[in-house]
Design a protein around this ligand. Structure first.
Ligand code: SAH
Length: 244
């Protein structure tokens, strides 16, 4: 049964099970009662990234908080996508967009990477995690991606699990068709990396291309903005070798 997108979907921390109850946070309670003007016996959907999606009924509304009574599981918990999305942080507004698109398009892990030209070296992973949760609430994703702590490119590559293919979105790659390069990765565990507004340096490009677990791909003849490149790369990867 497909989720009912007309109903509000809320991410909650606690466990979800038969006849359980959920006490919403003050912010969520305010949203349901004052913004969405919902009352007792109203229906919402809740998920926690572990127990699938549940239909819940507003049981009690007090000044500060709303309690939900779980009615039925509407969707089972899907497997967490195994795609690791590595990205050099970019300016806040576009970073929010990029995180949302990565979540919508099946990223399972969000890994910020600090490269030579990264301008936003200081980013709050809490903000990224909140973005990922909001994207999951809005687009029906039940497995909330894990946001990892930022890491420098050298360290990321030094500690890389070689069994996972790293797809390098290389803005200087020649015009060969990315699909031909990707087809050879079918069945492999996958990751991709997208650079910052300033692009990858020549040293970084050489470093990446020298690694046997790296596959460089072009994303067409035009230089795309990093957030556009994220969507283009995820689309071509999912379309050719994604696990859907
Ligand atoms: N300012 C840089 C472009 C950076 S775009 C320049 O002018 O060269 C940000 C990132 O998006 C790049 O590092 C790359 O990872 C990705 N990207 C953008 N356009 C691309 C393309 N045509 N092919 C492959 N990757 C691309």
């Amino acid at each position: 049964m497909r989720a009912n997108y007309k109903m509000q979907r809320l991410f909650v921390e606690g466990g979800l099970s038969e006849n359980g109850t959920v006490a919403l946070s003050a912010q969520q309670s305010h949203y349901l009662t004052h913004v969405m003007r919902m009352r007792e016996r109203g229906d919402v959907l809740v998920f926690n990234g572990r127990d699938g999606e549940w239909r819940a009924v507003i049981a009690t509304v007090s000044k500060k908080s709303v309690t939900l009574a779980l009615a039925e599981q509407t969707l089972p918990q899907p497997a967490t996508p195994d795609l690791v999305y590595c990205f050099a942080p970019i300016k806040a507004g576009r970073l929010d967009y990029m995180i949302q698109k990565a979540v919508e398009m099946g990223a399972g892990v969000l890994q910020p990477v600090i490269t030579q030209h990264t301008q936003m070296a200081k980013i709050g992973t809490e903000r990224l995690q909140a973005n990922a949760i909001e994207a999951a609430e809005q687009c029906g994703v039940l497995a909330v991606p894990q946001v990892r702590a930022p890491v420098k490119l050298d360290r990321l590559l030094a500690e890389w699990d070689g069994s996972r293919a790293l797809i390098f979105c290389d803005e200087s790659a020649a015009g060969d068709n990315p699909v031909d390069a990707l087809i050879g990765l079918k069945g492999r565990r996958l990751a991709l990396i997208v650079g910052p507004e300033g692009g990858f340096s020549e040293d970084e490009r050489r470093q990446l291309r020298a690694l046997d677990f790296v596959t460089a791909i072009p994303l067409g003849p035009r230089i795309l903005r990093a957030d556009t490149a994220a969507v283009a790369a995820l689309a071509v990867i999912q379309a050719t070798i994604g696990d859907w």
